[in-house]
Design a protein around this ligand. Structure first.
Ligand code: SAJ
Length: 427
């Protein structure tokens, strides 16, 4: 069996590598030549524990190679981004491009699987884009389980947690949604090669919605925690302590407030549901708005810290700790921390120190002639305000005496227990 994985990103590359580690011939396809070259050297372009060792070994053993051009295969797995455009409308252009590239190389008996998280109906849309080019092939029809087809099409949404991808790819249950039951069964045989957990069969529309619902469930729950942080701030209560106490109830499990929700999944996917059912998805939409408001609230806290110091921003130095969208990863996509740091840049402090231990260069929004990545201890030596944006291990383990005498804004609550001397109220 030869498997082609289209999109060598955070999901495609680990999936390709895990499949290749089971001695399946895998060809990774990506539009970015640098990414292709890096992987072909046995290296990786993202930070993900265990992935570097895995990729090195499967490239060396010849089971994984990467290219920019689609070629024939038995199975095609599409793992490309599905961002949204203005007005929170889904942007399916990457899937469309992938479908149009796959179509010319399709042969009878092939299986095409959409892994990208997508609005309901996208698997069938992807199929229709292939059909436009290959009218000679018989594609399945949704719900028509008895018909014989040349191609099988399914949606198998990824559900792995960044930072734990290699393990979760193998250990998490998978939902396999076929355009028909037969498509699902054939796709399931592919996942059974490396998934040790259950592969649960359904139709592609149900699979699409269940993935969106998983991430919306988390978004709504984080919104609850973030709303509590606003309430506690108003009432002068430590939200972290209050949540810890409430969670001692056997049926209460509140998540953690933060500077907002980031990443390319949880901050995006709920909008796909809102877009499909705007009148009905009221709670889901409100949760998105609550979470999107949180960075503005954090910026108000920065203004408050400036006010407390009684000086102009041009006379003050500030350090931002963390830019990634969550702890111990290098991913800056949709990162509230990055957005907050960018707004702080516009406040024209005398000096802005940016600390992010998981990246080597700052993103372009920070002019390289004025800003550079700073090492933690250097950044904390001579600042007036410290704003903790990401709960990276380095910040949890640091010497807390470095914070004394400074205005501290801890958006993740990592110092609220251990460092009662922090001068700003925890958010
Ligand atoms: N966050 C909080 N408070 C919390 C938990 C998270 O503020 O208590 C924030 C994080 O800091 C981050 C954002 O939420 O900014 C999202 O982080 P996350 O760890 O909740 O999720 P992701 O985006 O890394 O991965 C999610 C996962 N989905 C669920 O847990 C339901 C993962 O399983 C999915 O595969 C992934 O989305 C995806 O690709 O869809």
């Amino acid at each position: 069996m030869k498997v082609s994985v289209i999109g060598m990103g955070y999901i495609g590359l680990p999936t390709a590598a895990v499949l290749a580690s089971r001695k399946i011939n895998v060809v990774g396809v990506d539009v970015n030549q640098d990414v292709v070259d890096t992987i072909n050297k046995g290296k990786i372009h993202i930070v993900e524990p265990e992935l570097d060792i895995l990729v090195r070994s499967v490239v060396q053993s010849g089971f994984l190679r990467t290219t920019t051009k689609l070629e024939k295969a038995d199975v095609f797995m599409v793992a490309v981004p599905t961002p949204f455009k203005e007005n929170n409308k889904p942007d399916l252009s990457f899937i469309r491009t992938a479908a149009k590239a796959i179509a010319p190389v399709l042969d009878k008996g092939n299986i095409v699987i959409l892994e990208s998280t997508s609005p309901v109906g996208t698997t069938e849309k992807m199929m229709s884009w292939m059909k436009e080019i290959r009218s000679d092939l018989i594609f399945p029809v949704f719900g028509n389980d008895d018909s014989e087809t040349d191609i099988s099409v399914a949606h198998c949404p990824e559900r792995v947690l960044p930072g734990h991808v290699v393990r979760e790819l193998v250990e998490n249950d998978r939902i396999i949604g076929g355009v028909t039951f037969q498509c699902a069964q054939r796709a399931r045989n592919v996942y059974k090669i490396f998934v040790e957990a259950d592969c649960l069969i359904t139709d592609c529309r149900t699979a699409e919605l269940s993935k969106l619902v998983e991430n919306s469930f988390r978004d709504v729950n984080i919104a609850f925690a973030n709303e509590l942080s606003l309430i506690c701030d108003k009432l002068g209560i430590n939200v972290w302590e209050m949540i810890k106490l409430a969670n001692r109830h056997p049926r209460v499990n509140i998540l953690q407030p933060g500077p907002g929700v980031g990443g390319h999944c949880i901050a995006v996917d709920p909008w796909f549901i809102v877009d499909s059912a705007p009148e009905e998805a009221k709670l889901i939409k409100t949760a998105r708005q609550v979470n999107d408001y949180k960075p503005h609230f954090v910026l108000k806290k920065v203004e408050e810290a400036v006010f407390n110091l009684g000086k102009k921003t041009s006379e003050l130095k500030i350090a931002c700790l963390g830019l990634a969208f969550k702890a111990n990863i290098d991913d800056l996509r949709e990162s509230p921390a990055l957005g907050i740091a960018h707004q702080i840049k516009l406040m024209n402090f005398d000096k802005l120190y940016l600390v992010e231990p998981n990246i080597l260069t700052l993103p372009k929004i920070f002019d390289s002639s004025k800003f550079e990545l700073t090492e933690l201890n250097t950044a904390l030596t001579d600042v007036d305000i410290v704003i903790l944006l990401v709960d990276h291990s380095e910040f949890k383990e640091m010497d807390l005496s470095l914070l004394s005498g400074k205005q501290v804004i801890d958006t993740r609550g990592i110092w609220s227990d251990v460092h009662p001397r922090v001068s700003s109220l925890p958010l």
